[in-house]
Design a protein around this ligand. Structure first.
Ligand SMILES: Nc1nc2c(ncn2[C@@H]2O[C@H](COP(=O)(O)OP(=O)(O)OP(=O)(O)O)[C@@H](O)[C@H]2O)c(=O)[nH]1
Length: 228
């Protein structure tokens, strides 16, 4: 995560959490359009390919916590690989995008996942990193659809990715929801990691049968204080 002096996750909801998000996927699936729909609620029917990377910031609130999202739109074309991969390090959330009317972009999600894992240096396992798979262009007619929602769901289950959604940058369907889901997933995993860390440093606080971690910690604190 990008360091932020104001950060105080989980305690003071008025403070700001800064998160770096990268959007990966084949050229033409709509990564730039997803970013501009989310940032400025704008859709441009252009056909320019991104070269290298571009990033933009947006402040948003999820579950009462304020986040500044630094969103990195990357070039999906193979020839730009060396320009985009150096920017993967330090990423907090990875959006893997495909277009629902383009089967090959869906099959390539695995390649994008592996490229990200390699260059971002993610070592803790896929299930511990906040990935979200986004099937864009959900506005296309059913005769043009080449990937079903069921296939998306199944692929994510097989690949241990808990968060997925279909969007349309064109009609503004589920775009804000996709980013909110991604942030929520990050927050859930962060909370889980903090809990694990607490357990590691205070192993004596979690072994009381039938009591929650919080009450176990409280119980330990009280007995320590009462000994003073
Ligand atoms: N029907 C439809 N078209 C879309 C949608 N999102 C993007 N497009 C179109 O898809 C084309 C490619 O969109 P981009 O956002 O440039 O795609 P990209 O993934 O950023 O492509 P690269 O920069 O080459 O990696 C453009 O012509 C967009 O207008 C969508 O939700 N629905």
């Amino acid at each position: 995560m990008v360091e932020d002096n104001e950060r105080d996750y989980g305690r003071n909801t008025k403070k700001n959490v800064l998160l770096k998000i990268v959007i990966l996927g084949d050229g033409g699936v709509g990564k730039s359009c997803l970013m501009s729909r989310f940032i400025s609620n704008h859709f441009d029917d252009h056909n320019f390919h991104t070269i290298g990377v571009e990033f933009m910031n947006k402040t948003t609130e999820v579950n009462g916590i304020q986040y500044t999202l630094q969103i990195w739109d990357t070039a999906g074309q193979e020839r730009f690989k060396s320009l985009r991969t150096p920017f993967y390090r330090g990423t907090d959330i990875c959006i893997l995008a495909y277009a629902i009317d383009d089967r090959s972009s869906f099959h390539n999600i695995k390649m994008w996942l592996n490229e990200f894992l390699h260059y971002a240096g993610v070592k803790n396992g896929i299930e511990k990193f906040p990935f979200i798979v986004v099937g864009n262009k959900s506005d296309v007619s059913s005769k043009d659809r080449e990937v079903s929602y069921e296939q998306l769901k199944q692929w994510c289950e097989e690949n241990k990715i808990a968060t997925y959604i279909e969007t349309s940058a064109k009609t503004d369907s589920n775009v804000v929801e996709a980013f909110s889901m991604a942030v929520q997933r990050w927050a859930d995993l962060e909370q889980k990691a903090e809990k694990e860390l607490r357990m590691l440093h205070h192993p004596d606080t979690v072994t009381l049968h039938g009591s929650s971690t919080v009450s176990s910690i409280r119980a330990t604190c009280c007995s320590r204080f009462s000994n003073v």
